[in-house]
Design a protein around this ligand. Structure first.
Ligand SMILES: *Cc1c(COP(=O)(O)O)cnc(C)c1O
Length: 238
């Protein structure tokens, strides 16, 4: 694919994704700045991230540490870029995530949060954290169960080099707006409960909504939608 073809198709998809978000916000009766767009660039080359940046995109989400670090090195010249780690996180990866990312959406255990806090370099701002919730209660899926969320949130909020910002979920796939809205509404309610339990914490983020359920997520109060396919096209299955 030539650079020009790549540029045109990405430009078109990016416009369409922005329009979709704009329309969803209008339909939900929310202000246009109520939800930000996180571009999920896993498996996509650094050149595509650079093009999205040129179109004005600043926040990017990555799932695989090694791949992300390579792209960050290639893109070190891009100003104001904000990196979000959204993939599964094991203990042996926390140091690099604490050093090279601005946000982590996939914290579901205290041990991981403690390591991220200890390993966050002192010269950087606190690392922004979303707790991942297993909102559809799927067996062997990542995320803290709703009944264990408050205790985890209290412990994470007390860690010095983290800022607990909110919640993230990947609901089980569902067909139709009403079915999609149910788990997203449950995540919104869980955030409200946490805001009441932890009035001092800067809990302002609901990271929910992907290419297939963006409209449902915006209706249920998402503040950050994570779009991959809708911006960068289908990923190669492995
Ligand atoms: C891949 C991924 C996305 C993006 O999914 P699309 O359906 O391609 O929009 C969002 N969030 C997480 C956590 C992901 O792993």
């Amino acid at each position: 694919m030539t650079d020009i073809a790549l540029n045109e198709s990405l430009g078109h998809a990016y416009d369409q994704a922005r329009t979709r978000l704009r329309n969803a916000l209008a339909d939900a009766g929310r202000t246009q700045d109520a939800t930000e767009l996180l571009a999920v660039s896993k498996t996509k080359p650094a050149a595509m991230i650079r093009q999205a940046w040129q179109l004005g995109q600043r926040q990017f989400g990555e799932n695989y540490l090694q791949e992300a670090l390579e792209k960050q090195t290639e893109l070190a010249d891009l100003d104001d870029i904000v990196w979000h780690f959204i993939g599964p996180l094991q203990s042996n990866k926390t140091r690099a995530v604490a050093e090279y990312f601005d946000w982590v959406h996939s914290v579901d255990r205290l041990k991981i949060a403690q390591r991220l806090s200890e390993q966050r370099p002192a010269h950087l701002a606190p690392l922004n954290i979303c707790l991942q919730v297993n909102i559809s209660r799927e067996e062997s899926k990542a995320g803290v169960l709703p009944e264990a969320l408050e205790e985890l949130a209290k412990d994470v909020a007390a860690l010095p080099h983290l800022r607990l910002r909110g919640l993230m979920a990947i609901p089980a796939p569902a067909e139709g707006l009403d079915a999609q809205r149910q788990p997203l509404a449950a995540l919104r309610e869980a955030l409200t409960a946490l805001q009441n339990a932890l009035p001092e914490a800067p809990l302002d983020t609901l990271s929910m909504g992907m290419s297939d359920d963006l409209e449902a997520a915006v209706l249920e109060g998402a503040t950050l939608v994570r779009l991959g396919t809708a911006i960068f096209g289908a990923r190669q299955s492995t």
